[in-house]
Design a protein around this ligand. Structure first.
Ligand code: OFO
Length: 165
């Protein structure tokens, strides 16, 4: 049996993942408008991936016999000063999500809810990967600086991303 408190926390987190999807879609739109289609594509896929994360919570809540309660999705930021700012915001957001996942794990352990703890472990691993991916792109952007050719190459590289994993 899952506690009401744990269920509320899982429902709150479902909203966080769907918000992440919305935030990254807003970043995709920012890049598409600037004709940086590769960056736009990367964020569109990232948005799909976050939606899938939300759906994992949706399915798990249902499997435990709980009820999914959808809440309002906050409006995301729509404009950034630079490409770097977009990725710095992305990294900060992923660190925030990591913190939330860690808190959920702490709660599941405290409640001795082993099934929820086990479900959350996938996200613990995923967050390490997510943060590392964004940090890698930030490093590349630092190397590129104002070099237009480098930016063109990175746009092509990121545009090759086709599947949410
Ligand atoms: Fe970006 O991993 Fe979900 O939120």
């Amino acid at each position: 049996m899952i506690s009401k408190k744990m269920l509320d926390s899982l429902n709150n987190h479902l909203n966080e993942e769907v918000y992440s999807s919305y935030l990254y879609l807003s970043m995709a739109a920012y890049f598409e408008e600037k004709n940086l289609k590769g960056f736009g594509q990367w964020f569109k896929i990232q948005s799909q991936e976050e939606y899938m994360h939300g759906m994992k919570f949706y399915d798990f809540i249902n499997q435990t016999g709980g009820k999914v309660n959808l809440k309002a999705i906050a409006a995301p930021k729509t404009n950034w000063k630079s490409i770097m700012e977009v990725f710095k915001d992305t990294l900060a957001h992923e660190k925030h999500i990591t913190e939330l996942i860690n808190k959920l794990v702490g709660q599941a352990m405290q409640e001795k809810n082993y099934a929820t703890n086990n479900f959350l472990q996938w996200f613990v691993t995923e967050q390490v990967e997510e943060e590392a991916n964004v940090e890698e792109i930030i490093n590349k952007l630092e190397m590129i600086g104002d070099n237009k050719g480098g930016l063109y190459m990175l746009d092509r590289e990121l545009g090759a991303r086709t599947t949410a994993g």
